[in-house]
Design a binder for this molecule. Structure first.
Ligand code: AMP
Length: 288
């Protein structure tokens, strides 16, 4: 695997590969890699000639300084993990490389309200930072395809909107959420859970599964959301939201029959670790 720290050398390398007709798949990450990230790399390898992963803990998407500080950084194991899945290129830029002081790196793009509910309500400015860094990285890598996880459902929806409105040629590919054996969605933040919180964290996925069954059984959306918030309550746990929304617009669902795709999204604190998860409650296939 080739490691690049500077944009200019990365771009020179990639433009040679592009000119030779190779396709580029891109997997942006913040490191502390787990099987969820590696699944994206594997999918990219299957669909492109060249796979580029990036590790960059983006300061502009953290709305709390201590969260940024506490975010795990494990470059050694990350490089070993990417090598083991035969990732071709790793891009590990410094902050000044992504946001050079003499460049205008501001991205003013209307996120069409997709950034307002759920994560947007609890993490002000978070998605503006995510859109900004993805836009910067896309300018640098110019991939044919970008790979993101369903684990961050709202994020993937916003990036789909970004790609459309900025008229980029890059195609978004969303990989299903990879889970631990007990159902907990894999996350770099899981490393920071206490043993007790780790054991109890399975409740998040169980609650999503319960909500899916409840919706199928005809329970009212508002009642499911309220009961789900109660189910998420455990010693040391503090749920922030449990929202059942349209899978495309992310707007609230009142009458399920009118929506082809419905997704339940949640955020819940376990001690000082904030966890998110989601589950498709209805997809086009089922609606069809
Ligand atoms: P992060 O390093 O948390 O910014 O995640 C980088 C990419 O990996 C994002 O597109 C995430 O949605 C994706 N990802 C993180 N965890 C998972 C998971 N458990 N399953 C699938 N994709 C994931």
């Amino acid at each position: 695997m080739l490691l690049f720290k500077h944009v200019r050398t990365l771009q020179a390398f990639l433009s040679r590969r592009r000119a030779a007709g190779q396709t580029i798949g891109f997997v942006p990450t913040m490191g502390a890699l787990h099987e969820g990230h590696l699944a994206l790399v594997r999918q990219s390898r299957a669909e492109n000639t060249l796979t580029v992963a990036s590790i960059f803990v983006n300061p502009t998407q953290f709305n709390q300084a201590d969260d940024l500080q506490a975010y795990p950084r494990l470059p050694g194991p990350d490089i070993a993990a990417l090598t083991s899945v035969r990732c071709d290129v790793l891009f590990m830029p410094a902050v000044e490389e992504v946001y050079p002081p003499d460049h205008n790196t501001d991205l003013r793009i209307d996120l069409a309200g997709l950034d307002e509910p759920m994560e947007g309500a609890f993490r002000p400015g978070h998605f503006a930072g995510v859109a900004q860094v993805v836009d910067r990285l896309l300018t640098m890598v110019e991939p044919h395809r970008i790979y993101m996880g369903q684990k961050d459902y709202q994020q993937a929806t916003i990036i789909r909107h970004l790609l459309r409105t900025t008229e980029r040629a890059t195609e978004l590919r969303v990989h299903p959420t990879v889970r631990e054996a007990d159902g907990l969605a894999m996350s770099s933040r899981n490393l920071r859970l206490t043993d007790d919180h780790r054991r109890r964290a399975v409740r998040l996925y169980q609650t999503l599964r319960w909500a899916k069954d409840a919706l199928t059984a005809g329970m009212a959306v508002a009642d499911i959301e309220a009961e789900a918030m109660e189910r998420l309550q455990q010693p040391g746990f503090r749920p922030e939201y449990f929202s059942i929304v349209d899978g495309i617009t992310l707007q609230p669902v009142a009458e399920p029959a009118q929506h082809a795709i419905i997704v339940a999204c949640l955020a819940c604190w376990a001690g000082d670790v904030r966890l998110i998860d989601n589950l498709l409650l209805r997809t086009t296939d089922e609606a069809g």
